[in-house]
Write a protein that binds this ligand. Structure first.
Ligand code: MN
Length: 497
């Protein structure tokens, strides 16, 4: 049974009971349904099923009303007789702006590696303008993936590849762990059918077995919580996503051996406060012996992507190991929804962004133009484990292209192994000609240093400097830097002495 408007409103009401918002969502649904009238999805469903599913995904991330409404309307300008002006008249400029962003992004199509960087850049631009556009696009793609079997095989593969190479890495960068995992798992069988068959046969049965065991352990530990009078908000078995497990199994230290994976299914416990987290950890350790070296306090020391939780692995009664993950609701939502958690209808008390310099929360007032990229660079200054951070930034397929940042947070695209001199010339010819030194991620670095994806590059210049150094030609990578250096010396040799 496809979902209905009522289902959507039920989810929204759980976190946003504002009458005006609910009314507007209803109007948007009716408008979209009317505009798409007579159209069918490839599945045979009437078209409205798709924008509704998109809106439901957004509501399950507790997004604000404009985002949900734009989700309902996202295919109207492209597929119906109504245009953006109609949407603006009916729903205002904020929503029209979001729908316009999605329409622009839908022109991004995967056409092989040569168009990859271009597509990625368009995504980056959308993120910088209003990250909600990309969040809606993710929800849109999720529903398209769920109904992918209705499309011809060639298309299935192309769309799935695009998901693995563009959508999932970006969702990951935005911290949207849940949608990233769901997208990857849906794409996995289409992109790697043989590997999927192996996985299905050899690995999936282990999940079932583990889930049953987890169920028994949950019951036992719940008794302890009751006796100790600690209140938990929820406890459930969290299955590791298939595709990420598959990639993990391919690593040499696991050697496709499922018994080496301790967190195949973990027990996740969500509690009201931070001190509850530690209380729960104590209760678990009192009951079952923890595995040495597996207690991780990501609350005191969050991961570079701001992930927070307590992890511990214990020997269960049957002698097998089981992982627990303990967190507050706020940590949970940040971990699952990432940047989308920032657009919650109700702003959380303290979130990751509020700890960044220059962020001044004024009650519920999410910035429309989130300087996401700027924040990424700011964030970098505060993480201790920067290698892990950079690894999470790196998109493997982009072997020949890197993205680096200016101190203002602008993204600069350069070829791999480009140097600060390439960067300087990219900014401006005069900055290139007069550069004397550079800082990479705040550290002084020589001008021939090879830049890495995610580096923040700062250029020091000397106004009295006459021009570039001829030796730079030996290490610059971009043809534009080479040409500018050459043309400087060419002019110089032509000019009278
Ligand atoms: Mn769509």
């Amino acid at each position: 049974m496809p979902a209905t408007l009522k289902d959507l409103l039920t989810i929204v009401k759980k976190y946003n009971n504002k009458k005006a918002d609910l009314e507007k969502i209803k109007q948007a649904y009716e408008f979209s349904d009317m505009a798409h009238k007579g159209q069918k999805r490839k599945t045979g469903d009437s078209y409205i099923v798709h924008p509704l599913a998109t809106a439901i995904t957004l509501a399950s991330m507790k997004l604000d009303a404009p985002t949900i409404i734009a989700g309902l309307l996202h295919d109207v300008p492209e597929d119906t007789n109504f245009n953006l002006i109609d949407i603006e008249k009916k729903f205002g400029s904020e929503i029209a702006g979001l729908v316009m962003g999605i329409t622009k992004l839908s022109k991004v199509k995967y056409r092989g590696i040569e168009r990859y960087a271009e597509n990625l850049r368009k995504m980056f631009i959308s993120i910088a303008e209003d990250v909600r556009v990309v969040i809606i696009k993710m929800a849109d793609r999720l529903n398209n993936m769920q109904t992918l079997s209705a499309l011809p095989p060639q298309k299935r593969k192309r769309i799935s590849l695009e998901v693995l190479e563009i959508y999932a890495p970006i969702a990951s960068r935005l911290g949207m762990g849940q949608i990233k995992g769901d997208l990857e798992d849906l794409a996995f069988p289409y992109v790697y059918p043989k590997e999927w068959k192996w996985f299905e046969k050899n690995i999936i049965p282990a999940y079932k077995e583990k889930m049953e065991e987890i169920g028994r352990i949950q019951q036992e530990i719940q008794k302890e919580f009751n006796e100790n009078r600690v209140r938990i908000l929820s406890m459930h078995g969290r299955k590791k996503h298939y595709y990420s497990l598959y990639l993990k199994l391919l690593r040499p230290q696991y050697d496709r051996d499922i018994t080496k994976i301790y967190d195949l299914v973990a027990i996740r416990i969500v509690v009201p406060t931070v001190s509850d987290c530690y209380k729960i950890l104590g209760i678990i350790h009192k009951k079952w012996k923890p595995l040495p070296g597996r207690i991780k306090d990501y609350i005191a020391q969050p991961k570079p992507n701001n992930y927070q939780s307590l992890h511990t692995t214990v020997f269960s009664p049957s002698g097998k190991v089981v992982e627990f993950q303990i967190r507050t609701l706020e940590m949970h939502e940040q971990a699952e929804f990432g940047i989308a958690a920032h657009w919650h209808f109700k702003e959380g008390s303290v979130n990751f962004f509020s700890r960044l310099p220059g962020f001044h929360p004024k009650g519920y007032n999410p910035p429309k133009k989130l300087k996401w990229i700027h924040e990424l660079t700011e964030w970098q200054k505060y993480v201790t484990d920067s290698k892990q951070y950079l690894d999470s930034l790196k998109i493997d397929i982009l072997k020949d292209i890197i993205f680096v940042f200016t101190p203002q947070g602008d993204v600069i695209e350069l070829p791999e192994d480009a140097t600060p001199v390439d960067f300087a010339y990219h900014i401006h010819t005069e900055i290139g000609n007069k550069c004397t030194a550079s800082k990479i991620n705040g550290q002084i670095a020589s001008l021939d240093t090879q830049l890495k994806n995610g580096d923040m590059v700062e250029i020091m210049t000397d106004k009295s400097r006459k021009g570039p150094n001829r030796d730079w030609l030996a290490f610059v990578k971009t043809s534009s830097a080479k040409n500018k250096i050459r043309s400087f010396f060419l002019k110089k040799s032509r000019s009278p002495r």
